[in-house]
Design a protein around this ligand. Structure first.
Ligand code: ACM
Length: 522
């Protein structure tokens, strides 16, 4: 068999090591993304059968049963096995899954997990519920892609025995969605959150305002949405989230252990607000709505007190609906704000954000201001700005536009997307290390990795998914897996195995020629 494998490898066929419809033959041959920190194999196979159930260990917090239900909802539609969540203290038997908290296993940290698979039981433990949730994504990915189907599939549902111990390199792993240039509604946003969850991401940054549209209801300034929410790039009808819808999105994300970071971009990128309220303009006249794609032409009046009343109301209302620590103040491309005015503005807005119990994050330009100690600077363009932030004690979130901008075209033939920063093929998206990309930005300065999706060129969620996939799994792995464990040549084979999974999930992904989509799996 070994010899046959070697021959098949030589001619470029990897399939002898696993069957794409039944999963890996040996646990170490898994195709999990992000790549787990440690995997060892053992003899035997675990099989889900009609007798299988999901057991919650006695004494677990209630949250663990909720996570058990989430797992049952992932497994039951495709297996048809009717797995139940058992919380009455009974012990698991053959073919059952056990979920348990083990606070003593501190090596796993806040989001890590251990999965022990035997021929009898599959036991998932974690220090915190968040770790159990991440571990469930590993269980999903150890099962064949058909597990993602909404209709009953034949199986078999088999996982080879062994142990996985796994935890993330970075505490912040996320994507941003621009709902301002084109609006994407709550159902699209929830689907995006589900994609983040599958790849163990934990932050979703919502870009809620820009020149072309204001997308969140602010009760004290209703025209922001009544007027400013009705436009988008190209002249479409726009849209916005009511506060109830936003809260529902926050809850949906929370149930997936994903934190929402809301962004109100200012003092530039504010035409939608300036067109909604004449009093925000220094000449007292409302701006015309804008549906083009230029940047850098708008600015709040940073020396007018009503601007700070406006910012205070907006931050107060959104902060009250947002459980996460961070509020994103934008701050990018304020080309029509004088630098002194910009610094004055960012300094005052930091105080406002803090007064509502949140910490500030913003695009790298905010480092021109005097930063408070808990600020995170989102590096997207200028290393000098990130360095300025670090010199003030700020942490850096890595979103380098040449690698992590999901709205960049894959190559010159990509119809959607932009190309001002780079063409970003799947290998360019994967092949970089946050801790060495910019020599002055060191590992200890970095909180994590975030890939933004700007929406000038996309107006449907199918189009968004085409740009997101298959780059998202790579960003997830950069954030989770230590750099020394990552290699493009090995990753591209694992990614190929995700083609069928993405297809089953109904994702119309970019079929990069760098990936052997037709010969998936290790
Ligand atoms: C940006 O791309 N203007 C942050």
């Amino acid at each position: 068999m070994k010899k046959l494998c070697l021959v098949m490898l030589t001619i470029g066929l990897f399939s002898c090591q696993s069957n794409p419809t039944t999963g890996p033959a040996d646990l170490t041959r898994n195709t999990i993304i992000p790549k787990p920190v440690s995997v060892t194999s053992a003899d035997g196979t675990f099989i889900l059968t009609s007798r299988s159930d999901i057991f919650v260990a006695e004494g677990s917090p209630e949250e663990v049963a909720v996570i058990g239900n989430y797992l049952a909802e992932r497994l039951n539609p495709s297996t048809g096995l009717g797995l139940r969540v058992i919380t009455d203290g009974r012990k698991p038997g053959k073919g059952d899954i056990l979920l348990a908290i083990n606070e003593g296993d501190t090596e796993l940290g806040e989001e890590g997990y251990e999965l022990v698979i035997t021929g009898k039981v599959m036991t998932l433990t974690a220090v915190r519920p968040a770790g159990l949730f991440r571990g469930i994504q590993t269980i999903r990915q150890l099962l064949p892609p058909a597990i993602e189907s909404a209709t009953i599939q034949p199986g078999p549902w088999v996982i080879p025995a062994g142990t996985i111990r796994d935890w993330p390199e970075y505490g912040h792993r996320g994507e941003m969605l621009d709902v301002a240039r084109h609006f994407f509604g709550p159902e699209d946003v929830k689907r995006f959150i589900d994609h983040l969850a599958l790849y163990k991401m934990n932050v979703f940054h919502l870009h809620l305002s820009d020149d072309q549209g204001w997308r969140i209801e602010i009760k004290s300034w209703p025209n922001l949405t009544a007027h400013g929410g009705k436009t988008e790039v190209g002249g479409g009808e726009g849209g916005f989230f009511t506060q109830e819808e936003y809260s529902d999105i926050v809850k949906y994300a929370e149930e997936r252990y994903i934190t929402i970071i809301p962004e109100i971009d200012m003092p530039g990128h504010t035409n939608a607000a300036l067109s909604s309220y004449p009093e925000l303009n220094s000449d007292g006249k409302a701006k015309e709505p804008y549906t083009g794609t230029k940047v850098g032409f708008s600015s709040l009046d940073t020396r007018s007190e009503i601007t700070y009343k406006f910012v205070d109301d907006v931050v107060r209302e959104i902060a009250a609906l947002t459980p996460g620590q961070y509020f994103h103040i934008g701050g990018d491309e304020s080309h029509s704000t004088k630098i002194d005015d910009y610094i004055y503005f960012v300094n005052r807005v930091q105080d406002i954000v803090e007064s509502h119990g949140k910490s500030v994050t913003g695009w790298d330009e905010i480092a021109h201001a005097t930063l408070k100690p808990d600020v995170v600077v989102q590096y997207w363009a200028r290393p000098a700005n990130a360095v300025k932030g670090i010199a003030q004690g700020a942490k850096v979130l890595m979103s380098p536009c040449q690698h992590a901008y999901t709205d960049m075209k894959y190559d010159s033939t990509t119809v959607l997307g932009l190309s001002w920063a780079a063409y970003i093929e799947v290998d360019d998206a994967y092949n970089w290390d946050p801790a060495t990309l910019v020599p002055e930005i060191k590992r200890e300065n970095i909180v994590g990795v975030q890939a933004p999706l700007w929406a000038e060129t996309i107006s449907t969620f199918d189009e968004a998914e085409y740009l997101i996939f298959p780059r998202l799994p790579g960003y997830a792995e950069i954030g989770w897996t230590p750099a020394e464990m990552r290699s493009w040549d090995e990753y591209r084979v694992r990614l190929a195995a995700h083609g069928k999974r993405m297809e089953t999930l109904g994702i119309g992904f970019y079929r990069s020629p760098l990936i052997d989509w037709d010969q998936p799996g290790l």
